[in-house]
Design a protein around this ligand. Structure first.
Ligand SMILES: C[S@@+](CC[C@H](N)C(=O)[O-])C[C@H]1O[C@@H](n2cnc3c(N)ncnc32)[C@H](O)[C@@H]1O
Length: 260
């Protein structure tokens, strides 16, 4: 490693026995956003050499699975898969280890090989993070959490929206241990949504009753949706604007009150 890359976190990792300075990024992300708790099953995508795996094991003490294109040298109590996170075969192997109950957290610090060309590296990073999100959607249990590294650029906002569509709470965060000159940022998605409705979806519904708060209540695919400013008997087109684990909120986009 070049001398100028040896910063305080490099020496701290060496002194405290972690495999990488990246270990402190996960400590800081977890301190701020409580992604991993004791007993959790955690899957780490792009895990070599294993700093995050050591931290995940230390915080959780539960089942930890690390995946990388490169071989990860053994860590006690950690299972590893050598494979490409963009391939279905790798996802099947992970599911084989995690079981059908799923993971409490999927964390991803994977980075593409950097070319030095900013827009190419950004596009490759977005491809990889989309694969990580796809993988998380297959592996996470309902209510599980997700963290992924992204190199910033013009496609970042769209990616953030994709994460928002799948989690109750989404934030971006840069831990102190990220190098100041780095373009990396971490996207945190908390409480994985498995509801049948998604933000932005539209439905035509009839309002049959009002809830105790005065909002209309409709069922969409067996899922409760609250609609503001309607009366029983209204036929309205609604757009979902917020999804929670057990219900959603929608706004009226057009109303046909002819039945009233
Ligand atoms: C920055 S390192 C991860 C460091 C790790 N978090 C730690 O604390 O030791 C990024 C890793 O992503 C892996 N990676 C990149 N693309 C991948 C892919 N498609 N599938 C699996 N791993 C990948 C690389 O091999 C590399 O080991």
């Amino acid at each position: 490693m070049a001398r100028d890359r040896r910063d305080k976190y490099y020496w701290k990792a060496r002194d405290e026995g972690y495999r990488s300075r990246a270990a402190y990024k996960l400590f800081q992300i977890n301190e701020k956003h409580s992604i991993i708790k004791e007993g959790d099953t955690v899957v780490d995508l792009g895990a070599a050499p294993g700093g995050w795996l050591e931290v995940a094991k230390e915080i959780s003490g539960g089942r930890i699975v690390g995946v990388d294109l490169k071989k990860i040298s053994p860590i006690e109590g950690v299972e590893t898969v050598k494979g490409d996170i963009t391939s279905d075969r790798t996802i099947e192997k992970i599911l084989g280890l995690v079981g059908k109950e799923g993971a409490d957290a999927v964390i991803c610090d994977a980075a593409p090989n950097l070319s030095g060309n900013w827009s190419l590296d950004h596009a490759r990073s977005i491809d990889l993070t989309r694969s990580a999100l796809g993988c998380a959607k297959k592996i996470l249990k309902p209510g599980g959490h997700f963290v992924v590294k992204v190199f910033q650029g013009d496609m970042f906002k769209d990616f953030l929206e994709e994460v928002k569509d799948n989690f109750t709470f989404t934030r971006s965060y840069t831990p102190k241990a990220s190098r100041s000159q780095s373009a990396e940022i971490y996207v945190v998605g908390k409480k994985f949504l498995t509801s049948p409705v998604r933000r932005g979806e539209r439905f035509d519904v009839e309002i049959k009753e009002l809830g105790s708060g005065g909002d209309g209540v409709v069922m969409v695919d067996g899922f409760v949706v609250f609609v503001k400013g309607v009366e029983p008997g209204d036929h309205v087109s609604i757009r979902i604007n917020d999804v929670k684990p057990n219900f959603a909120f929608a706004e009226v986009i057009s109303a046909d009150k002819s039945d009233k």
